[in-house]
Design a protein around this ligand. Structure first.
Ligand code: PEP
Ligand code: MG
Length: 495
Protein backbone atom coordinates (compact mmCIF):
# COMPACT_ATOMS: atom_id res chain seq x y z
CA UNK A 1 0.00 0.00 0.00
CA UNK A 2 2.78 2.40 0.97
CA UNK A 3 6.17 2.59 2.61
CA UNK A 4 7.31 4.66 5.58
CA UNK A 5 10.36 4.53 7.84
CA UNK A 6 11.29 1.11 9.21
CA UNK A 7 11.11 2.51 12.72
CA UNK A 8 10.79 -0.67 14.79
CA UNK A 9 11.32 -4.19 13.44
CA UNK A 10 8.89 -7.09 13.34
CA UNK A 11 5.55 -7.55 11.67
CA UNK A 12 2.02 -6.77 12.82
CA UNK A 13 -1.41 -7.65 11.49
CA UNK A 14 -4.53 -5.97 12.79
CA UNK A 15 -7.64 -3.96 12.16
CA UNK A 16 -7.15 -0.24 11.88
CA UNK A 17 -7.96 1.98 14.86
CA UNK A 18 -7.56 5.73 14.82
CA UNK A 19 -7.32 6.61 18.49
CA UNK A 20 -5.66 5.22 21.56
CA UNK A 21 -8.87 4.83 23.60
CA UNK A 22 -10.41 2.55 20.96
CA UNK A 23 -7.13 0.67 20.62
CA UNK A 24 -7.03 0.14 24.39
CA UNK A 25 -10.67 -0.96 24.53
CA UNK A 26 -10.47 -3.33 21.59
CA UNK A 27 -6.99 -4.58 22.39
CA UNK A 28 -8.08 -5.48 25.92
CA UNK A 29 -11.09 -7.29 24.45
CA UNK A 30 -8.65 -9.47 22.53
CA UNK A 31 -8.89 -7.85 19.09
CA UNK A 32 -5.71 -7.50 17.06
CA UNK A 33 -5.50 -3.80 16.18
CA UNK A 34 -2.96 -1.52 14.54
CA UNK A 35 -2.94 2.06 15.82
CA UNK A 36 -2.90 4.51 12.92
CA UNK A 37 -2.16 8.13 13.87
CA UNK A 38 -0.75 11.30 12.35
CA UNK A 39 1.79 10.98 15.16
CA UNK A 40 1.60 9.63 18.70
CA UNK A 41 2.04 11.52 21.96
CA UNK A 42 2.43 10.43 25.57
CA UNK A 43 -1.39 10.51 25.81
CA UNK A 44 -1.53 7.53 23.42
CA UNK A 45 0.50 5.19 25.56
CA UNK A 46 -2.44 3.02 26.72
CA UNK A 47 -3.31 2.35 23.07
CA UNK A 48 0.26 1.59 22.10
CA UNK A 49 0.58 -0.95 24.89
CA UNK A 50 -2.15 -3.19 23.49
CA UNK A 51 -1.82 -2.52 19.74
CA UNK A 52 -0.02 -5.08 17.57
CA UNK A 53 1.85 -2.26 15.91
CA UNK A 54 1.74 1.42 15.10
CA UNK A 55 1.65 3.33 11.83
CA UNK A 56 2.16 7.08 11.71
CA UNK A 57 1.99 9.59 8.90
CA UNK A 58 4.43 11.98 10.53
CA UNK A 59 7.65 11.78 12.55
CA UNK A 60 10.96 10.01 12.21
CA UNK A 61 13.20 7.37 13.73
CA UNK A 62 13.29 9.18 17.07
CA UNK A 63 9.62 10.19 17.11
CA UNK A 64 7.52 9.19 20.10
CA UNK A 65 5.90 6.29 18.23
CA UNK A 66 9.25 4.96 17.01
CA UNK A 67 11.06 5.14 20.35
CA UNK A 68 8.17 3.75 22.38
CA UNK A 69 7.51 0.93 19.88
CA UNK A 70 11.19 -0.06 19.81
CA UNK A 71 11.23 -0.06 23.60
CA UNK A 72 8.19 -2.34 23.68
CA UNK A 73 9.46 -4.56 20.88
CA UNK A 74 6.44 -3.67 18.75
CA UNK A 75 6.58 -3.10 15.00
CA UNK A 76 6.33 0.52 13.90
CA UNK A 77 6.24 2.17 10.51
CA UNK A 78 6.64 5.92 11.02
CA UNK A 79 6.39 8.97 8.80
CA UNK A 80 4.44 7.31 5.97
CA UNK A 81 3.74 10.69 4.41
CA UNK A 82 1.27 9.43 1.77
CA UNK A 83 -1.33 8.52 4.36
CA UNK A 84 -4.38 10.72 4.57
CA UNK A 85 -5.97 10.10 7.96
CA UNK A 86 -9.41 11.50 8.61
CA UNK A 87 -9.78 10.78 12.32
CA UNK A 88 -13.31 12.27 12.43
CA UNK A 89 -14.61 10.21 9.48
CA UNK A 90 -12.43 7.32 10.68
CA UNK A 91 -10.94 6.66 7.28
CA UNK A 92 -7.45 6.14 5.98
CA UNK A 93 -6.90 7.03 2.34
CA UNK A 94 -3.84 5.93 0.49
CA UNK A 95 -3.48 5.93 -3.26
CA UNK A 96 -6.72 4.44 -4.53
CA UNK A 97 -7.61 2.72 -1.25
CA UNK A 98 -10.05 4.08 1.29
CA UNK A 99 -9.82 2.00 4.44
CA UNK A 100 -12.02 2.06 7.53
CA UNK A 101 -11.88 0.47 10.96
CA UNK A 102 -13.24 -2.79 9.50
CA UNK A 103 -10.16 -3.17 7.36
CA UNK A 104 -7.06 -5.12 8.24
CA UNK A 105 -3.52 -4.04 7.40
CA UNK A 106 -0.09 -5.57 7.83
CA UNK A 107 3.02 -3.63 8.83
CA UNK A 108 6.56 -4.75 8.20
CA UNK A 109 8.55 -2.66 10.65
CA UNK A 110 11.82 -4.04 9.29
CA UNK A 111 11.28 -2.63 5.79
CA UNK A 112 8.71 0.10 6.41
CA UNK A 113 6.22 -1.61 4.07
CA UNK A 114 2.49 -1.41 4.72
CA UNK A 115 0.08 -3.89 3.09
CA UNK A 116 -3.69 -4.03 2.77
CA UNK A 117 -5.01 -7.27 4.27
CA UNK A 118 -3.53 -9.87 6.57
CA UNK A 119 -0.21 -11.44 5.56
CA UNK A 120 0.99 -14.65 7.20
CA UNK A 121 3.41 -14.11 10.07
CA UNK A 122 6.25 -16.30 11.30
CA UNK A 123 7.04 -16.06 15.03
CA UNK A 124 10.68 -15.26 15.88
CA UNK A 125 12.66 -18.09 17.44
CA UNK A 126 15.56 -17.82 19.85
CA UNK A 127 17.24 -21.15 19.20
CA UNK A 128 20.30 -22.76 20.77
CA UNK A 129 22.26 -21.93 17.61
CA UNK A 130 21.33 -18.30 18.00
CA UNK A 131 22.52 -18.36 21.62
CA UNK A 132 25.75 -20.09 20.67
CA UNK A 133 26.64 -17.56 17.98
CA UNK A 134 25.92 -14.70 20.36
CA UNK A 135 28.13 -16.40 22.94
CA UNK A 136 30.98 -16.36 20.43
CA UNK A 137 30.30 -12.68 19.84
CA UNK A 138 30.49 -11.98 23.57
CA UNK A 139 33.85 -13.71 23.79
CA UNK A 140 35.24 -11.40 21.14
CA UNK A 141 33.73 -7.97 21.62
CA UNK A 142 35.35 -5.11 23.56
CA UNK A 143 32.33 -2.82 23.68
CA UNK A 144 29.75 -3.35 26.42
CA UNK A 145 26.09 -3.60 25.49
CA UNK A 146 23.37 -2.28 27.74
CA UNK A 147 19.67 -1.70 27.15
CA UNK A 148 17.36 1.29 27.27
CA UNK A 149 14.54 0.10 29.50
CA UNK A 150 11.97 1.92 31.59
CA UNK A 151 10.05 -0.84 33.35
CA UNK A 152 10.66 -4.04 35.27
CA UNK A 153 9.40 -6.31 32.46
CA UNK A 154 11.58 -4.46 29.92
CA UNK A 155 14.57 -4.91 32.23
CA UNK A 156 13.86 -8.65 32.51
CA UNK A 157 13.59 -8.91 28.71
CA UNK A 158 16.81 -6.90 28.30
CA UNK A 159 18.70 -9.23 30.62
CA UNK A 160 17.33 -12.29 28.81
CA UNK A 161 18.63 -10.83 25.57
CA UNK A 162 22.09 -10.34 27.06
CA UNK A 163 22.12 -6.71 28.22
CA UNK A 164 24.89 -5.97 30.70
CA UNK A 165 22.91 -3.29 32.48
CA UNK A 166 20.56 -0.42 31.72
CA UNK A 167 22.16 2.51 29.94
CA UNK A 168 19.04 4.65 29.95
CA UNK A 169 15.89 4.49 32.02
CA UNK A 170 13.69 7.38 30.89
CA UNK A 171 11.84 8.19 34.11
CA UNK A 172 9.27 10.42 32.44
CA UNK A 173 7.81 7.36 30.74
CA UNK A 174 6.66 6.38 34.21
CA UNK A 175 4.84 9.71 34.47
CA UNK A 176 2.92 8.95 31.31
CA UNK A 177 1.04 5.89 32.58
CA UNK A 178 -2.69 6.59 32.61
CA UNK A 179 -3.01 6.10 36.37
CA UNK A 180 -0.23 8.61 37.06
CA UNK A 181 -1.02 11.37 34.61
CA UNK A 182 -3.59 13.03 36.93
CA UNK A 183 -0.98 13.41 39.71
CA UNK A 184 1.61 14.60 37.17
CA UNK A 185 -0.87 17.18 35.92
CA UNK A 186 -1.63 18.29 39.47
CA UNK A 187 2.10 18.77 39.98
CA UNK A 188 2.42 20.87 36.82
CA UNK A 189 -0.73 22.90 37.42
CA UNK A 190 0.00 23.57 41.10
CA UNK A 191 -0.05 27.27 41.85
CA UNK A 192 1.85 27.04 45.12
CA UNK A 193 4.67 25.00 46.58
CA UNK A 194 2.43 23.08 48.99
CA UNK A 195 0.13 21.83 46.21
CA UNK A 196 3.12 20.86 44.07
CA UNK A 197 4.68 19.00 46.95
CA UNK A 198 1.42 17.14 47.61
CA UNK A 199 1.34 15.92 44.00
CA UNK A 200 5.01 14.93 44.15
CA UNK A 201 4.36 13.03 47.37
CA UNK A 202 1.74 11.03 45.48
CA UNK A 203 4.17 10.25 42.68
CA UNK A 204 7.10 9.22 44.85
CA UNK A 205 5.87 5.75 45.89
CA UNK A 206 4.87 4.96 42.30
CA UNK A 207 8.32 5.85 40.99
CA UNK A 208 9.94 3.98 43.85
CA UNK A 209 7.96 0.84 43.05
CA UNK A 210 9.05 1.03 39.40
CA UNK A 211 12.69 1.46 40.36
CA UNK A 212 12.52 -1.45 42.77
CA UNK A 213 11.32 -3.73 39.98
CA UNK A 214 14.11 -2.53 37.70
CA UNK A 215 16.85 -2.87 40.34
CA UNK A 216 15.68 -6.38 41.17
CA UNK A 217 15.68 -7.44 37.52
CA UNK A 218 19.14 -5.94 37.02
CA UNK A 219 20.70 -7.06 40.30
CA UNK A 220 24.48 -6.97 40.11
CA UNK A 221 24.45 -4.85 36.94
CA UNK A 222 24.53 -1.05 36.51
CA UNK A 223 21.27 0.85 36.06
CA UNK A 224 21.43 4.41 34.73
CA UNK A 225 18.33 6.33 35.72
CA UNK A 226 17.83 9.63 33.98
CA UNK A 227 15.97 12.43 35.72
CA UNK A 228 12.94 13.96 33.98
CA UNK A 229 13.72 15.30 30.50
CA UNK A 230 10.76 16.44 28.37
CA UNK A 231 9.13 19.85 28.71
CA UNK A 232 6.15 19.85 31.05
CA UNK A 233 3.61 20.70 28.38
CA UNK A 234 4.08 17.16 27.04
CA UNK A 235 2.04 15.95 29.99
CA UNK A 236 -0.80 18.36 29.27
CA UNK A 237 -3.39 18.26 26.46
CA UNK A 238 -2.46 19.60 23.05
CA UNK A 239 -2.87 23.39 22.63
CA UNK A 240 -5.11 23.16 19.56
CA UNK A 241 -7.30 20.41 21.01
CA UNK A 242 -7.72 22.27 24.28
CA UNK A 243 -8.56 25.52 22.43
CA UNK A 244 -11.20 23.64 20.45
CA UNK A 245 -12.62 22.13 23.62
CA UNK A 246 -12.96 25.57 25.16
CA UNK A 247 -14.65 26.85 21.99
CA UNK A 248 -17.05 23.92 21.96
CA UNK A 249 -17.93 24.42 25.62
CA UNK A 250 -18.37 28.17 25.06
CA UNK A 251 -20.69 27.54 22.13
CA UNK A 252 -22.71 25.00 24.14
CA UNK A 253 -22.91 27.07 27.33
CA UNK A 254 -26.17 28.83 28.11
CA UNK A 255 -25.68 32.62 27.92
CA UNK A 256 -26.36 33.00 31.67
CA UNK A 257 -23.87 30.35 32.79
CA UNK A 258 -20.77 31.71 31.00
CA UNK A 259 -17.84 31.92 33.40
CA UNK A 260 -19.19 29.99 36.33
CA UNK A 261 -19.91 26.88 34.26
CA UNK A 262 -17.61 24.38 36.04
CA UNK A 263 -16.47 22.42 32.97
CA UNK A 264 -15.88 25.58 30.98
CA UNK A 265 -13.96 27.25 33.79
CA UNK A 266 -11.77 24.16 34.24
CA UNK A 267 -11.13 23.90 30.51
CA UNK A 268 -10.21 27.59 30.33
CA UNK A 269 -7.88 27.30 33.28
CA UNK A 270 -6.15 24.28 31.73
CA UNK A 271 -5.88 26.14 28.41
CA UNK A 272 -4.21 29.07 30.20
CA UNK A 273 -1.62 26.66 31.65
CA UNK A 274 -1.06 25.00 28.28
CA UNK A 275 -0.51 28.43 26.73
CA UNK A 276 1.84 29.47 29.52
CA UNK A 277 4.01 26.40 28.99
CA UNK A 278 3.79 26.50 25.17
CA UNK A 279 7.15 27.02 23.44
CA UNK A 280 7.92 27.56 19.77
CA UNK A 281 10.89 25.19 19.98
CA UNK A 282 10.18 22.90 22.91
CA UNK A 283 13.12 20.63 22.06
CA UNK A 284 15.37 23.64 22.67
CA UNK A 285 13.31 24.92 25.55
CA UNK A 286 12.56 24.26 29.19
CA UNK A 287 13.50 20.61 29.39
CA UNK A 288 16.20 18.40 30.85
CA UNK A 289 18.38 19.90 33.54
CA UNK A 290 16.80 23.30 32.93
CA UNK A 291 13.48 21.98 34.17
CA UNK A 292 15.05 20.41 37.25
CA UNK A 293 16.90 23.63 38.08
CA UNK A 294 13.64 25.58 37.86
CA UNK A 295 11.74 22.95 39.86
CA UNK A 296 14.35 21.26 42.08
CA UNK A 297 11.55 19.59 44.05
CA UNK A 298 10.97 17.25 41.07
CA UNK A 299 14.63 16.20 41.16
CA UNK A 300 14.44 15.76 44.93
CA UNK A 301 11.40 13.50 44.60
CA UNK A 302 13.05 11.42 41.88
CA UNK A 303 16.32 11.10 43.79
CA UNK A 304 14.45 10.02 46.92
CA UNK A 305 12.50 7.45 44.93
CA UNK A 306 15.70 6.07 43.38
CA UNK A 307 17.59 5.86 46.67
CA UNK A 308 14.66 4.48 48.66
CA UNK A 309 14.13 1.83 45.98
CA UNK A 310 17.80 0.86 46.04
CA UNK A 311 17.80 0.64 49.85
CA UNK A 312 14.60 -1.43 49.80
CA UNK A 313 15.95 -4.01 47.33
CA UNK A 314 19.27 -4.07 49.15
CA UNK A 315 17.32 -5.06 52.23
CA UNK A 316 15.80 -7.94 50.26
CA UNK A 317 19.22 -9.27 49.31
CA UNK A 318 19.57 -7.75 45.81
CA UNK A 319 22.58 -5.81 44.62
CA UNK A 320 21.55 -2.49 43.03
CA UNK A 321 24.17 -0.52 41.08
CA UNK A 322 22.75 2.98 40.98
CA UNK A 323 23.76 5.59 38.41
CA UNK A 324 21.78 8.84 38.46
CA UNK A 325 21.93 10.80 35.21
CA UNK A 326 21.18 14.45 34.43
CA UNK A 327 19.90 15.23 30.91
CA UNK A 328 20.59 18.09 28.48
CA UNK A 329 23.49 19.68 30.30
CA UNK A 330 25.21 22.42 28.28
CA UNK A 331 27.08 24.27 31.01
CA UNK A 332 29.25 22.74 33.73
CA UNK A 333 27.56 25.02 36.25
CA UNK A 334 24.20 23.36 35.54
CA UNK A 335 25.61 19.99 36.49
CA UNK A 336 27.47 21.34 39.50
CA UNK A 337 24.24 22.74 40.95
CA UNK A 338 22.15 19.70 40.05
CA UNK A 339 24.69 17.32 41.50
CA UNK A 340 24.59 19.27 44.75
CA UNK A 341 20.82 18.73 45.02
CA UNK A 342 21.10 15.04 44.12
CA UNK A 343 23.96 14.28 46.50
CA UNK A 344 22.43 16.20 49.38
CA UNK A 345 19.09 14.41 48.91
CA UNK A 346 20.60 10.98 48.39
CA UNK A 347 22.99 11.22 51.34
CA UNK A 348 20.17 12.31 53.64
CA UNK A 349 18.12 9.27 52.60
CA UNK A 350 21.04 6.91 53.09
CA UNK A 351 21.86 8.40 56.49
CA UNK A 352 18.22 8.20 57.60
CA UNK A 353 18.18 4.51 56.66
CA UNK A 354 21.46 3.98 58.49
CA UNK A 355 22.78 1.86 55.63
CA UNK A 356 25.59 2.14 53.11
CA UNK A 357 24.75 2.66 49.46
CA UNK A 358 27.11 3.43 46.61
CA UNK A 359 25.77 5.54 43.78
CA UNK A 360 27.24 7.68 41.04
CA UNK A 361 26.03 10.87 39.37
CA UNK A 362 26.69 11.44 35.70
CA UNK A 363 25.37 13.37 32.76
CA UNK A 364 24.08 13.03 29.26
CA UNK A 365 26.29 14.70 26.69
CA UNK A 366 23.78 15.65 24.01
CA UNK A 367 24.53 19.25 23.12
CA UNK A 368 27.54 20.35 21.06
CA UNK A 369 28.54 22.75 23.82
CA UNK A 370 28.62 19.89 26.29
CA UNK A 371 30.90 17.85 24.02
CA UNK A 372 33.20 20.81 23.43
CA UNK A 373 33.47 21.64 27.14
CA UNK A 374 33.44 18.05 28.36
CA UNK A 375 36.61 18.57 30.41
CA UNK A 376 34.82 21.19 32.52
CA UNK A 377 31.65 19.11 32.77
CA UNK A 378 33.64 16.01 33.77
CA UNK A 379 34.64 17.77 36.97
CA UNK A 380 31.11 17.15 38.24
CA UNK A 381 30.36 13.85 36.46
CA UNK A 382 31.17 10.26 37.39
CA UNK A 383 30.19 9.12 33.88
CA UNK A 384 29.07 10.42 30.50
CA UNK A 385 26.32 9.01 28.33
CA UNK A 386 26.11 10.49 24.86
CA UNK A 387 22.54 11.22 23.79
CA UNK A 388 23.17 11.02 20.09
CA UNK A 389 19.53 11.68 19.21
CA UNK A 390 19.64 15.20 20.58
CA UNK A 391 23.30 15.57 19.66
CA UNK A 392 22.40 14.85 16.04
CA UNK A 393 19.47 17.24 16.16
CA UNK A 394 21.52 20.06 17.65
CA UNK A 395 24.81 19.48 15.81
CA UNK A 396 23.35 18.98 12.35
CA UNK A 397 20.54 21.45 12.98
CA UNK A 398 17.84 19.05 11.82
CA UNK A 399 14.65 18.55 13.84
CA UNK A 400 14.38 14.96 14.95
CA UNK A 401 10.57 15.24 14.91
CA UNK A 402 10.00 16.75 11.49
CA UNK A 403 12.86 16.27 9.08
CA UNK A 404 12.52 12.61 8.24
CA UNK A 405 9.05 13.20 6.86
CA UNK A 406 10.11 16.15 4.74
CA UNK A 407 13.36 17.23 3.13
CA UNK A 408 15.53 14.51 4.59
CA UNK A 409 13.79 11.86 2.47
CA UNK A 410 14.58 13.93 -0.62
CA UNK A 411 18.17 14.44 0.57
CA UNK A 412 18.59 10.69 0.95
CA UNK A 413 17.13 9.96 -2.45
CA UNK A 414 19.35 12.59 -4.08
CA UNK A 415 22.43 11.30 -2.24
CA UNK A 416 23.09 14.62 -0.53
CA UNK A 417 23.53 12.73 2.74
CA UNK A 418 24.79 9.13 2.76
CA UNK A 419 22.37 7.89 5.41
CA UNK A 420 19.66 9.07 7.77
CA UNK A 421 21.75 10.66 10.54
CA UNK A 422 19.12 9.77 13.15
CA UNK A 423 19.45 6.08 12.31
CA UNK A 424 23.17 5.85 11.54
CA UNK A 425 25.56 8.24 13.20
CA UNK A 426 26.99 11.06 11.09
CA UNK A 427 30.63 9.98 11.05
CA UNK A 428 32.18 13.31 10.11
CA UNK A 429 30.19 15.58 12.39
CA UNK A 430 28.29 14.02 15.27
CA UNK A 431 30.70 11.14 15.86
CA UNK A 432 33.51 13.68 15.90
CA UNK A 433 31.75 15.54 18.70
CA UNK A 434 31.45 12.25 20.59
CA UNK A 435 35.18 11.66 20.13
CA UNK A 436 35.99 15.17 21.36
CA UNK A 437 33.67 14.67 24.33
CA UNK A 438 35.26 11.36 25.30
CA UNK A 439 38.81 12.70 24.90
CA UNK A 440 38.14 15.92 26.80
CA UNK A 441 36.28 14.11 29.56
CA UNK A 442 39.08 11.60 29.97
CA UNK A 443 41.71 14.35 29.83
CA UNK A 444 40.34 15.45 33.20
CA UNK A 445 39.32 12.00 34.48
CA UNK A 446 41.29 9.21 32.86
CA UNK A 447 39.13 6.11 32.65
CA UNK A 448 35.89 8.11 32.81
CA UNK A 449 33.09 5.67 31.96
CA UNK A 450 31.41 6.64 28.70
CA UNK A 451 28.51 5.23 26.72
CA UNK A 452 25.98 6.05 24.03
CA UNK A 453 22.27 5.79 24.74
CA UNK A 454 20.83 7.39 21.60
CA UNK A 455 19.19 5.21 18.96
CA UNK A 456 22.57 4.78 17.27
CA UNK A 457 23.52 2.40 20.08
CA UNK A 458 21.59 -0.34 18.28
CA UNK A 459 22.80 0.40 14.76
CA UNK A 460 25.65 -1.79 13.46
CA UNK A 461 27.26 0.91 11.28
CA UNK A 462 27.24 3.34 14.19
CA UNK A 463 28.55 0.69 16.59
CA UNK A 464 31.60 0.22 14.34
CA UNK A 465 32.35 3.95 14.57
CA UNK A 466 31.63 4.26 18.31
CA UNK A 467 33.80 1.25 19.15
CA UNK A 468 36.81 2.94 17.53
CA UNK A 469 36.25 6.07 19.61
CA UNK A 470 36.84 3.92 22.68
CA UNK A 471 33.48 4.22 24.42
CA UNK A 472 32.83 1.67 27.15
CA UNK A 473 29.35 0.66 26.05
CA UNK A 474 26.37 1.27 23.82
CA UNK A 475 22.80 1.09 25.03
CA UNK A 476 19.81 0.29 22.86
CA UNK A 477 16.26 -1.04 23.09
CA UNK A 478 16.14 -4.58 24.54
CA UNK A 479 15.20 -6.19 21.23
CA UNK A 480 18.22 -4.71 19.50
CA UNK A 481 20.66 -6.01 22.14
CA UNK A 482 21.50 -9.27 20.26
CA UNK A 483 22.21 -7.29 17.08
CA UNK A 484 24.40 -4.86 19.02
CA UNK A 485 26.36 -7.77 20.57
CA UNK A 486 27.01 -9.20 17.12
CA UNK A 487 27.91 -5.82 15.64
CA UNK A 488 30.32 -5.11 18.50
CA UNK A 489 32.06 -8.44 17.89
CA UNK A 490 32.25 -7.86 14.17
CA UNK A 491 33.89 -4.47 14.60
CA UNK A 492 36.50 -6.02 16.92
CA UNK A 493 37.21 -8.75 14.36
CA UNK A 494 37.39 -6.18 11.54
CA UNK A 495 40.11 -4.46 13.58
C1 PEP B 1 19.19 11.21 23.13
O1 PEP B 1 18.93 12.40 22.98
O2 PEP B 1 19.99 10.58 22.39
C2 PEP B 1 18.55 10.42 24.19
C3 PEP B 1 18.88 9.18 24.42
O3 PEP B 1 17.55 11.03 24.90
P1 PEP B 1 16.05 11.22 24.33
O4 PEP B 1 15.91 10.43 23.08
O5 PEP B 1 15.16 10.75 25.44
O6 PEP B 1 16.00 12.71 24.12
MG1 MG C 1 17.97 13.45 24.57
Amino acid sequence: MTRGLNASPGAAVGQIVFDADTAAERGKAGDAVVLVRWETTPDDIHGLVVAQGVLTAHGGMTSHAAVVARGMGKPCVAGAGDLVIDAAARTLTIGGHVLTEDDTITLDGSTGDVYVGALDLVPPQITDDFREVLGWADDVRRLGVRANADTGPDAVKARELGAEGIGLCRTEHMFMAVDRLPAVRRMILATDAAARQAALDELLPMQQADFEEIFEAMTGLPVTIRLIDPPLHEFLPDLVEQSLLVQRLEAAAAPSSSDDDGALAAARSLLAHVKRLHEQNPMLGTRGVRLSLLYPEICVMQTRAIVRAALAVLGRGFDPHVEIMVPLVGFAEELRRMREVIVETADKEVAAADRALDYTVGTMIELPRAALTADKIAEHADFFSFGTNDLTQTAVGISRDDAEGSFLAAYLEAGIVPANPFASIDAEGVAELVRIGVDKGRSLKPGLKTGVCGEHGGDPASIAILDKIGLDYVSCSPYRVPLARLAAARTTLDG
